[in-house]
Design a protein around this ligand. Structure first.
Ligand code: AMP
Length: 297
């Protein structure tokens, strides 16, 4: 499958995760990591991110395997971004225990030419100021897909609005959509968010799938039922990476959503990116077939 290129900006992190059953420290995580592992299976991906000199070898190996070029992946002296999250028994709800920006605090990348010329730009979850800076350096009017989180809606709303205004597609989860729009109903929230600028809004509903809203249509896509959900961290970023690689590879809208959902289902089966790294293509195709049955439009 040939594909257009995708630049991905976001966090590259060391995560500490607590679930009702287990706890893991310093897992390779971050929004850009999940998105790169997901999209890098089938598209040339250029990750834009920074790590400190404490970033483990295992992390570099993951990025080497799933990226087409690492010119925009910096290693500097200091601490890698660290995030801690704690899940309740539903595994859909979590609280942030800590966020330590580390080397992201001063990260202000000047993009390589390759990255500037890419066809798709995935601004995965990170401070909107960084998203804006990367967006402003693109030279070939890429398709821009944006993800965000409640923290930025609460602390950097103005910059976030600017990002949303300049993007083509926004990915957001249901509670963030409510926070951003002030509306409880997904339809009303989508209507308000569409008015901010994007052509499409995709609302992620965790274990209940996702819905895409645009002026033209509404597409609802379900999930692949996972028997044992271990860790849902990164499911949204993995979904985003899968959706973007679908678009970049020429799949239609619905098939791209299905691919995102299938990859996200693998993500939640183990801690960190572990299950994604071992996901076989046959299994991915099987999951896409099952999810296809849940589509309504
Ligand atoms: P998700 O579960 O899809 O929301 O993504 C979780 C990932 O996002 C984790 O690997 C975290 O390292 C990363 N993350 C958490 N908080 C932030 C933040 N404020 N900015 C960027 N990335 C974050």
């Amino acid at each position: 499958m040939s594909s257009h290129s995708i630049s991905i900006v976001g966090s590259v992190a060391l995560d500490t995760i607590e679930t009702p059953f287990d706890r893991r420290k310093n897992l390779i995580g971050g929004s850009a990591t999940y998105a790169t592992v997901s999209a890098g299976r089938s598209s040339p991906v250029y990750p834009v991110g920074v790590v400190g000199n404490d970033f483990p070898q295992e992390g570099f190996e993951i990025f080497r395997k799933y990226s087409a070029d690492l010119s925009d992946f910096q290693v500097v002296s200091g601490s890698t971004f660290r995030w801690g999250g704690k899940y309740d028994h539903t595994m859909d709800n979590r609280e942030t225990l800590f966020t330590e920006l580390g080397v992201y605090e001063t990260f202000s990348p000047i993009l390589s030419q390759k990255c500037r010329n890419s066809d798709y730009l995935f601004l995965s979850n990170i401070h909107p100021a960084l998203q804006l800076s990367v967006m402003g350096q693109m030279e070939e009017s890429p398709v821009v897909i944006v993800d965000t989180m409640n923290l930025w809606i609460e602390t950097a709303e103005e910059q976030l609005f600017e990002v949303i205004k300049g993007c083509d597609i926004i990915l957001i989860n249901d509670s963030e959509a409510e926070l951003l729009s002030g509306q409880m109903s997904l339809e009303k929230a989508a209507e308000i968010i569409l008015k901010l600028g994007p052509e499409k809004v995709i609302i992620k509903k965790g274990s209940k799938g996702c819905v895409l809203f645009s002026d033209k249509n509404v597409i609802s896509v379900g999930i692949f039922p996972v028997k044992n959900v271990v860790d849902t961290t990164g499911a949204g970023d993995t979904f985003g990476g899968g959706y973007v690689t679908g678009l970049a590879s020429g799949l239609g809208e619905t098939e791209s959503l299905i691919l995102g959902s299938a990859l996200a289902s693998a993500c939640v089966e183990d801690f960190g990116v572990q299950a994604l790294l071992s996901l076989k293509n046959e299994e991915l195709i099987h999951r896409q077939i099952i999810i296809r049955d849940s589509v309504s439009s």
